[in-house]
Each structure stands twice: as structure tokens, then as C-alpha cells.
Design a binder for this molecule. Structure first.
Ligand SMILES: [Zn+2]
Length: 229
């Protein structure tokens, strides 16, 4: 018997999906790590059959994971070709991304230094402590995700939700880290984070702003040689 979904059911749906999607989440994370580490090269057709065989699962979780990856821009769906890994950012797209980050993030860091609660500061420090530079594919993917969380926490600590939302929508870290798979990227980022977190801990808006600006500028210099024209 078909039942009609009420407005309330629809509102509750994302929460239900989330609870039952641990398995899909795992498949999602494996494919994301493959894309982030370039094991699946950019702009390449992704075979659902092959992935299902390789991971020993049916096609359904693969399809679900791929549509989750499509939502964050790592996968595109093309007519006749099916799912493909997204092309890498070109120079112009990378320039635009960093230009926007430089407008938003140093400002957010300054406001966070002034406004964040002790609990927010502790959360930021705790996350930074768990970020270890690594050389494996999964550790690189994990670092990219944690880096994105760290910047999200600082944006959130600015107290301006619009700033936090605008930054989150860029999925900047996933696209940036995908340009270059190298442990130098994570080692350098870690030492820049340390300076940033120091300034936040001292609650110095000027120093936090400068440290965030420097971190973003250095990140740009690390990545720009790898962007396509
Ligand atoms: Zn960072």
C-alpha cells in the first residue's frame, strides 16, 4: 500500500538517510580518496561495474556514493558517458577561488580571534592536534577533509554564518588538494596552521588575520604550478 509522505516525513528524511548510510558513506570515502589522490585521474570515466567488482558491493551503493560526490563537485554525470571524475581546476578557476578565500578568510580569522568562545577555540586546537602529515593516499584524503573542517570551524567561530556558508559551498579544499598529491603540501600547511592557531590562542585579530593570509598565499604558491591553463 502506497502511503503519502507528509511534510513532516520529508523534513525528517535527511536524518533518517544519514543514520542508515554508514555503508554508503564508506564507499563514498573510498572513491573520494581515489579521486583526491589521483588514483582515479581527473576527467576520466568511472566504471560502476569495475568499482562494484573491486569493492565487492552491488551497484546501488556505488551509484549513491557517486551522486554524493557529484553534489560536492568531484564527479560529473555526462550524457552517454555516465559518471566521470571532474576535471581539475584550471588556472583561472584556481585564481578565482583563492581571490575569494583571501577576501573572506583572513577577515573571518580576525573576527574569530575576538569572538570565539573558549569551547570553539579548544575545538579548533583539538582538530589541529589530530592533523598529521602523511604520505599514503588515505592520509592525504583525510588531511584534505580535516583541513577543510579546520577552516570551517574558524569561519564558524567568526560568528557570521553567511561567511561560513559561503566558504563551505566552495568545497575549496577538495578541489585544491586534488591538484597535487604530495606530502610537502601537508607538512607545510601544518606549520602554517600552528602559527595561525597561536595567534587565535593569543586572541590577536591582527596576527590571526596576517597568519591566515600568509597560509592562503603560500597554499596558492604550492598549487598554482599544477593548474592547467
Ligand atoms: Zn589550512
Amino acid at each position: 500500500m502506497a502511503t503519502k509522505e507528509s511534510v513532516q516525513d520529508v523534513a525528517l528524511r535527511p536524518r533518517r538517510v544519514k543514520r542508515s548510510s554508514g555503508f554508503v558513506e564508506e564507499v563514498f570515502e573510498i572513491i573520494r580518496a581515489d579521486i583526491m589522490s589521483l588514483r582515479i585521474p581527473p576527467d576520466t570515466r568511472i566504471s560502476i561495474d569495475n568499482l562494484a567488482r573491486e569493492l565487492g558491493v552491488s551497484q546501488t551503493p556505488i551509484r549513491e556514493a557517486l551522486s554524493m560526490l557529484e553534489a560536492i563537485g568531484l564527479v560529473t554525470r555526462r550524457r552517454f558517458a555516465g559518471y566521470c571524475s571532474a576535471p581539475q581546476l584550471n588556472t583561472r578557476q584556481l585564481d578565482e577561488l583563492y581571490e575569494l578565500r583571501l577576501l573572506i578568510e583572513p577577515y573571518a580569522a580576525a573576527r574569530a580571534a575576538e569572538r570565539m568562545s573558549a569551547a570553539q577555540l579548544e575545538q579548533i586546537r583539538e582538530l589541529a592536534r589530530t592533523m598529521e602529515p602523511g604520505e599514503s593516499r588515505t592520509s592525504y584524503d583525510r588531511f584534505a577533509v580535516q583541513d577543510s573542517e579546520l577552516h570551517d570551524l574558524i569561519a564558524g567561530a567568526s560568528g557570521n554564518h553567511l561567511i561560513q556558508d559561503s566558504l563551505a559551498r566552495l568545497h575549496a579544499h577538495l578541489h585544491i588538494f586534488r591538484l597535487r598529491f604530495h606530502s610537502d603540501v601537508t607538512i607545510e600547511a601544518c606549520s602554517e596552521h600552528a602559527a595561525l592557531i597561536d595567534a587565535l590562542t593569543r586572541r590577536s585579530p591582527l596576527e590571526a588575520e596576517a597568519a591566515m593570509r600568509l597560509h592562503i598565499e603560500k597554499s596558492y604558491k604550492r598549487m598554482i604550478p599544477f593548474a592547467q591553463d
